[in-house]
Design a protein around this ligand. Sequence first.
Ligand code: SF4
Length: 738
Amino acid sequence: MNQVSRRRFLKITGAGAGVAAAAGALGTLPRLRAAGAAGEKGQRTVPTICDLCFWKCSAIATVRDGVLWKVEGNPEDPLSRGRLCPRGTGGVGAHFDTDRLRAPLLRASVRGEERWTEVTWDEALGRVAEKMKRIAAEHGPEAVALFSHGIGGTFLRHTMKAFGTPNSAAPSFAQCRGPRDVGFELTFGEGIGSPERTDIRNARCLVLVGSHLGENMHNTQVQEFADAVGSGATVIVADPRFSIAASKAKHYLPVKPGTDIALLLAWMNVLVREGLYDKEYVAAHGFGFDAFAAEIQPFTPEWAWPETGIEPDTIRETAREMARHRPATLVHPGRHATWYGDDAQRSRAIALLDALLGSWGRKGGFYQPASMDVPTYPYPPYPKPQRGSVDNPAREDGSGDRRFPFASEALTTGIREATITGKPYPVKGWVVYATNLIQALPNQAETIEAIRALDLLVAVDVVGSEIAGWADVVLPEAAYLERYDELDVELFREPFVSLRQPVVAPPADQKPNWWIARELALKLGLGAYYPWKTIEEYLDRRLTGAGLSLATLKEKGLVKGPRPPIYYEEGVVPEFSTPSKKIEFYSVQLKEKGFDPVPRFTRPAAGPPGSFRLLFGRSPVHTFSRTQTNPVLAQAMGENELWVNADAAARAGVATGDRVRLRNQDGVVSSPVRVRATQAIRPDCVYMVHGFGHTAKGLRRALGRGASDAQLLTRYATDPLMGGTGMNVNFVTLEREA
Ligand code: SF4
């Protein structure tokens, strides 16, 4: 096992102490006895998979006298290596959360008023099926769309495909990692994947461009970051905010917000001009290098200085540092990449810098992941939808191109737009699984306008978030420690299959997603798509096909396969699924569609005088807007705060601890948030953690705590390549609370 101590891991997360204290306070949680476990004595452990985020670390839950006691990492798990992150450790709180939905609900008043009537599952699913059938009869089955997040949405996606709709999307693409994946696909012919194929553990130089690893808590990456720091790797961080990651850096570059492409171009300019790039690698695998080199020739460090605020000597020194460690220099692709609307090109610039350093396919760069071959369940073929998906229709110029030609997944905001406009055809029903669209999509007014155009909105979730507040039917899902989910067939350094299984029973009338999806399908007359009766039957069928068994997975939690070669150095054959079959330094396909074949920098629009650019990010103890009511995690972080540069705060007449409201450029005003005046952020921006400032009445523990960044994101810049929504284009002023 890796030698990084738990203490150092927590130090990098920057939130360990709070969570440790909160976990110790579990004794104060209500002790809800697991249904069916009355009289259970003694201690048992059950392997499962954490679902506090999508990373899917394997965990071992302990139950004492029938009561869920703790969740820890599974030592056999390649992702967690036996250590859950601070958020995962608080997983027990998801079971004990007193704000959970407890029974199916039908809306009893106008949408958004959050007045409900409790009903049986039969009534609730009957209502959903009846409405879906009516919509299908009037508008076609394509008029029902699914929004989902994570592996838990698998069975609802199956039901929706069987129903005949092609409209299914997740915010994880257009609101998060989509530009990154597209930028790398355009360059290397492959995306980054999830977990990312980044070999952080073996990197000798790690470059983070606006990526705040440690606050952005993806367990494996943070552990590997700690490994790399511990073994003396050089860290270079470019970020307007001095993040936890920046505190580990040898070089911290406080880059002006929105100018990352200029910095990346200047770094590449230095590598090419000084001949420091990996010439052999580029000659063997590169396409269009000469045209690329000519394109970036003007973008010197001196050119970049006024744009980025980073001095030429610093740009040169950091570029040379990257070259010194190549190919074990990893310019991290980040994850939440939807910032300014030019995000796919920024991600492509990161990919090109990695290509110059020769790190794709190499140890300390990007490895080639592997997965086990587990056959899918042999369902009957889905009906072919009569119409294509609405999210990314063909352009009206007769070119045959889609509006966003390089979108490789469906666009949530495209479905939202079609719902509002009725074009290319009306969307009249939304089924929303485990994603709080009100907080996940920019411009809440547009989301609500779309909801008003619906005949049916169904929310399936564990807690009654804002989107549930707008729903006609709310379906309470069992928390992850109470249910089976689809198998996790992981793509990683070593292939493995892991299982989420119930540890305790749900405390009330909550049901697992697979049961909800199956029962809905039966009510829709789609029983042929659910030939299995129990989830165990389904899982065992899939596992048996791979020479495995459910019994083994239930006992061990996961089964690993042998680690194959994962680097070119180990014999992996370089292959690139680009049009040229090479790494595309110059992209002909981009040029043919009217885009820059090599990324270019466009200065971002400035905000109104006296305003701050609003930046937002992640906390290591919360996931999006989904965990603020978790009693353990709420104790660790109950509200967000606003980072304001100390000098700018003084000028604005506010100090640490003051409460301010934020007013954005369109007059939207936030709920109060506490100020953190600090020199650790540039004076032209403010920063807060995403997901707070809840308005849903059912989220009693989180209601009105902190401010909602999502509420203030009235503007967004759409990426012309792939439809991602750049959200760092909003500006705020501060109004001190009396
Ligand atoms: S990263 Fe943390 S929250 Fe996410 S699955 Fe792993 S332990 Fe759970």
